[in-house]
Ligand binder design. Structure first.
Ligand SMILES: C[S@@+](CC[C@H](N)C(=O)[O-])C[C@H]1O[C@@H](n2cnc3c(N)ncnc32)[C@H](O)[C@@H]1O
Length: 233
């Protein structure tokens, strides 16, 4: 029997209509559906595609520990790769859901690294959070010779400052608990009024506001900042 294929499907940033036609077709065609999920509770990627599901698939939640110290996250991917590899070897196609785009900070990359040598993998790109945030904020990001930086908020201040200095616009992602520190840094760099805060872009509970209006304690993980330093738009 021929091996199955693994499909890494970008499901987009939140609005179920922002999955691609190809992603939707493959989602329906695979007998096995896997997705990242918190240790307890609902998978966001699964929630996004829920309106498209028929209930006839074997589902595998890849549960990540709340704290990576409790047991190494890499072990989770080793185990998930083993389980998905079993389905592939048995001839079953597997769809793995990924929020946004699989190769843009997507956890799918860890499965890709473990399974690509032995199995056929097809990656279906998705709408990224950065594209979605710019769209909902009505903020053209870059044009002409402008450069865009994507900066994880988890980097130290000096590194964020260095990367901001080298671009015309930036998306600062993985905000969550780093919000207050990054806001203070943007204040010192006189960029507060050139920055837009967007959380849960394109989801039903999307919110966006100017930086001074954001309460740090309320900032969720799925939020980002768009910074326009200059540029042609
Ligand atoms: C692990 S990365 C995953 C990125 C995703 N693969 C993508 O293509 O956008 C998670 C970070 O992306 C950003 N993010 C993802 N979805 C978002 C959304 N709907 N609204 C705002 N930020 C989002 C947040 O900064 C979050 O901390």
């Amino acid at each position: 029997m021929a091996d199955g294929s693994l499909y890494g499907i970008g499901v987009g940033p939140g609005d179920p209509e922002l999955i691609t036609l190809k992603g939707l077709r493959l989602l329906h065609a695979c007998p096995v559906l896997a997705y990242p999920a918190p240790e307890r509770g609902e998978s966001l990627a699964r929630r996004i595609v829920a309106p498209h599901l028929t209930g006839h698939q074997t589902e595998i939640a890849i549960r990540m520990p709340l704290s990576v110290e409790r047991f190494p996250a890499l072990e989770v991917y080793d185990r998930a790769a083993g389980e998905l590899g079993g389905h592939l070897t048995a001839g079953r196609d597997v769809a793995v859901l990924c929020l946004g785009d699989p190769f843009f900070y997507g956890s799918f990359m860890y499965l890709f690294a473990r399974l690509a040598a032995a199995h056929r993998i097809v990656v279906v790109p998705g709408v990224t959070s950065v594209g979605a945030a710019a769209a909902v904020a009505g903020l053209p990001l870059v044009a002409g010779n402008d450069t865009l930086a994507v900066i994880p908020a988890s980097l130290p201040d000096a590194e964020i400052e260095r990367r901001l200095a080298a671009c015309d616009a930036a998306a600062i992602v993985k905000l969550g608990r780093h919000f207050a520190r990054v806001r203070d840094l943007l204040g010192r760099l006189h960029l507060i009024h050139r920055t837009r805060y967007i959380e849960h872009a394109t989801m039903h509970d999307e919110r966006q506001m100017a930086l001074p209006d954001v309460a740090p304690a309320s900032v969720p993980y799925f939020s980002l900042l768009l910074v326009k330093r200059g540029g042609s738009t």
